[in-house]
Design a protein around this ligand. Structure first.
Ligand code: OOB
Length: 540
């Protein structure tokens, strides 16, 4: 059994193979051909060689096989930044089991939505997460989906032990990953609709994006890379990220989070050379570096992406951190743009780079759907050898964001200069980008509308010094507005078990929402309203 997805048309697939982009090899090749005795992962006080990584993922695959899991099954995985994340990934891939890797910040609401979509056979999680402290949520999940039979916990006092499952040798395991042109795993979409969308990534397309990223970023066996962002996110996973490190035979250092002092210690201790950050983390690092710059002596490259980096911060990177900056405009749907290591400084600080592959087709289109002139603003649309042609089981949404020629309409407003470099100037999708964490406005609006005292709601981004954007929820009360308070609404939303980063930072109570000519909430006006209110507050 294979997972259904929108495949690339044959004529494209043929070219991608001819060009050598698609090599028809499974993602397990990333680790299976590395020099066995080199150190692959440093995680706390633990060290994993490539031999360990291969062995443990084979052991775990054997265990899963004995449980009766098979090709075409799916898995829900939620692990913090630990080496086991990769062991689990490759174990599942060896058997053709297709995982969704939830972010560790995800909560009941998100996990349940994934379970509903993929109907997994197994959950692999960590007791460090409060949902898995005891078996209550697990029992609830099993009620939601009776086919869900197995759970493995990275550490824990209940459930089966992941560590033990990784330790039992499985000498006779027969590996049978999915065909390379089939779905290997699901990435998570930032989303702009009520339900989170899953992104089917094939071995072929993902492997290519990793290989090409490794070339561009010049990763090698001497690369030491710090994984400071959430390991399940596409950026630290594949741009070139952990998988790029594995492909190059380098060393991955796990950081529990991007906190500057924690990471500076790790950089110093392990002589880290490369790190990927989102802009708010970079800004905090630059503050701490004032006192701790010598800790960063080994660092040669800081990659920044996920949200817009201000030019003024970008300019200060070489001096404040003593290393080079690389900007990345990427997306879990595929397309990744990089500034190049030998680019001139102005391109590095002013743009988010250009596509990594010459067969990435990129267009900037105006409201009339026509391409705009260089330097003018428009929506970024793209198709190519590693950009998906459709979300998983989402025909209606796909009809909106993929056009008849298979171009993905990113909802990002950009300008492209004469040399092809892209600069992000805004967004035309109903999403808030809170320092790289994406929030689909509709998802939270729908929950607010379930409140008996709320008539209308609209979420918009409000400017924030540190995060770039934060969430402002405009609320029109149904009865007496004095009854509604921000504190209660936050509590109410948390009651749905949403991830913390989705809880609005601010609520604004108003009598009516401004409306567009077609009758939708006018978010342009709302963004301006909150911008002005914030300015007034600053003045007073
Ligand atoms: C990365 O992936 P996602 O899927 O979390 O988010 C993609 C969206 C883009 O469509 C864009 O709206 C925004 O995040 N974004 C940026 C940006 N990089 C991503 N906006 C402005 N400037 C940037 N440099 O965020 C992602 C995936 C792989 C590599 C890097 C980032």
């Amino acid at each position: 059994m294979t997972i259904e997805f929108t495949a690339w048309p044959n004529e494209f697939a043929e070219i991608y193979r001819q060009k050598g982009y698609w090599t028809d090899r499974p993602l397990t090749d990333l680790i299976d051909h590395a020099p066995k005795e080199s150190v692959a992962i440093l995680c706390g006080e633990r060290q994993f060689t490539y031999a360990d990584l291969c062995q443990k993922s084979q052991n775990l695959a054997g265990y899963l096989h004995r449980l009766g899991l098979k090709k075409g099954d799916t898995a829900l995985v939620q692990l913090p930044n630990v080496a086991e994340f990769y062991v689990v990934f490759f174990a599942l891939i060896r058997l053709g089991i297709v995982p969704v890797n939830a972010l560790f910040s995800h909560n009941e609401n998100e996990l349940s939505a994934y379970v509903k979509q993929i109907q997994p056979s197994i959950v692999i999680a960590s007791q460090q997460h409060k949902l898995f402290e005891n078996d209550q949520y697990w029992l609830k999940l099993q009620q939601q989906d009776p086919s869900l039979k197995h759970i493995l916990l990275a550490e824990g006092s209940w459930g089966a032990s992941l560590v033990e499952a990784m330790a039992i040798s499985s000498p006779n395991l027969v590996e049978h990953p999915n065909a390379a042109d089939q779905v290997a795993f699901f990435q998570l979409s930032g989303g702009s609709t009520g339900t989170p969308k899953l992104i089917p990534r094939t071995h072929n397309d993902y492997f290519f994006s990793i290989r090409r990223s490794v070339e561009i970023c010049e990763f090698s066996s001497s690369t030491v890379y710090l994984c400071a962002l959430p390991c399940a996110h596409n950026f630290p996973m594949s741009s070139p990220g952990a998988f790029g490190v594995f492909h190059a035979g380098g060393c991955l250092v796990m950081a529990p989070n991007p906190e500057a002092n924690v990471c500076f210690d790790l950089i110093e201790r392990h002589q880290v050379k490369v790190v990927a950050l989102v802009p708010p983390a970079l800004a905090l690092w630059m503050q701490v570096a004032v006192d701790r710059k010598p800790s960063l002596a080994s660092l040669s490259l800081v990659q920044v992406g996920g949200a817009k980096l201000s030019e003024s911060i970008a300019r200060q990177v070489p001096e404040k951190l003593g290393c080079q900056l690389q900007q990345i405009l990427g997306m879990a749907e595929g397309l990744v743009n990089y500034t190049r290591l030998d680019d001139d400084f102005e391109s590095i600080v002013k743009t988010q780079g250009y596509p990594m592959c010459s067969m990435d087709e990129v267009k900037v289109i105006g409201v009339n759907g026509q391409q705009v002139a260089p330097g003018e603003e428009g929506e970024l649309v793209t198709r190519g050898p590693y950009t998906i042609r459709g979300y998983y089981k989402a025909p209606e949404h796909n009809a909106k964001v993929f056009d008849s020629e298979g171009f993905y309409h990113t909802g990002d407003l950009v300008s492209q200069n004469e040399k092809g470099y892209l600069t992000v100037v805004g967004r035309d999708k109903d999403q808030i980008n809170r320092g790289g964490e994406k929030i689909a406005a509709e998802e939270i609006e729908n929950l607010l509308l379930k409140h008996e005292h709320i008539l209308h709601s609209a979420l918009v981004a409000m400017p924030d010094q540190v995060m770039g954007e934060k969430i402002c929820a405009f609320v029109v009360p149904r009865y007496n507005s004095s009854k509604l308070k921000s504190v209660q609404l936050r509590k109410y939303l948390r009651g749905f078990g949403i991830a913390d980063y989705k809880v609005p930072d601010r609520f604004e109570f108003i009598d009516a929402l401004p409306i567009t000519p077609v009758g939708k909430p006018n978010k342009v006006v709302l963004r301006e309203v909150i911008r002005q209110r914030l300015q007034l507050n600053n003045v007073s």
